[in-house]
Design a protein around this ligand. Sequence first.
Ligand SMILES: Nc1ncnc2c1ncn2[C@@H]1O[C@H](COP(=O)(O)OP(=O)(O)O)[C@@H](O)[C@H]1O
Ligand SMILES: [Mg+2]
Length: 355
Amino acid sequence: MFLTQLTLSNFRQFEVFQLKPSSGFNFIFGANGSGKSSLLEAIYVLSMGRSFRSSQLTPLIRHHVTEFQVIGTWQNAYARQFTVGVGRQMQLSDIRLDGQAIRSLRDLVSLVPVQLINHDCFHLVDAGPQGRRAFLDWGVFHSELSFFSAWQRYQRALKQRNAGLKRNLPFAELNLWQQELLSQAETIHALRSQYFENFLPHVERVLTELLALDKLTVEYYPGWDVGMSLPAVFIKDYERDCFLGHTQHGPHRADIKIRVNGIDADHILSRGQQKLLSYALLLAQSECLKLFTGKDSVLLIDDLAAELDREKIQQVLQLLQKLKCQVFITGVDESLVLAATKAIDLSMFHVEQLG
Ligand SMILES: Nc1ncnc2c1ncn2[C@@H]1O[C@H](COP(=O)(O)OP(=O)(O)O)[C@@H](O)[C@H]1O
Ligand SMILES: [Mg+2]
């Protein structure tokens, strides 16, 4: 899937803005505050129905007006086109696919797999498990149809079990929710671990290309000690779960453990290396998606050159070139990035100059 046309009205600082992107590389250059991140944000909103900079859509409405609209046309590999429109008035969102209001955000999100790479992608390495879990689930969600409903049912049952724990219900009385919880946990774990097993060789290869670090390991952690079955963990944990008022172990605690020589990577790697590690994870994920499902992802890369030297910029561009996905890359200084495109013989791309 790739974006063939984008129109913004009253979105952030853009009163009216139109873009006709290339199906490959799109570079967006401009000074600070010229609207580069806002443009990526608009594409993100078009594919996710939400922003990555704000939990609400209202701040995205241009100052002094009451409504924004983002309209885009996506084209799939069979040249079929889909028009998506996302609009927000003060209290009301309107999301349409080919003119029809969508029933659930899931219909929108599953249409275009979009990955954002910005300064926050460090969190894949240096923050808690939540980001890495979301990263893993992005891949599983787009590859396995059954994942989403299992995850939703698991969350519902988890809430109920936690409510029961807070009331100190006896273990037997928790059973109704526990059965559902365990059954969905089994599905989630099976899908995640299968996906991860297929994903791992790809991430290892990309890591070798980008980082070449000895003794770096990437492992899936399901959310409990795999030496024990989850039902046995629930029995063992019961008293402490009651004391804490929540379920300590289960797929809601899953993680991808990234270590160097057995130590968490964020304690060992430089910022630049952490950034490359995040790039490796994200690029390998897009590569897997294409391989496992035939779907092309769209990559939004905010400030590619930040913290990367010229050689690394070239390597990242080369990996992106092999992916053959649509990419939007922003930057303040065009010279570094454009020099890298020359060095790797990248000749077909679109450049948008803002400001
Ligand atoms: N709702 C809004 N209405 C008008 N301008 C806005 C709005 N939200 C942000 N801006 C302006 O947009 C600019 C930020 O744009 P941004 O996309 O972050 O720039 P860049 O990524 O190129 O540095 C700032 O000047 C900010 O004041
Ligand atoms: Mg920016």
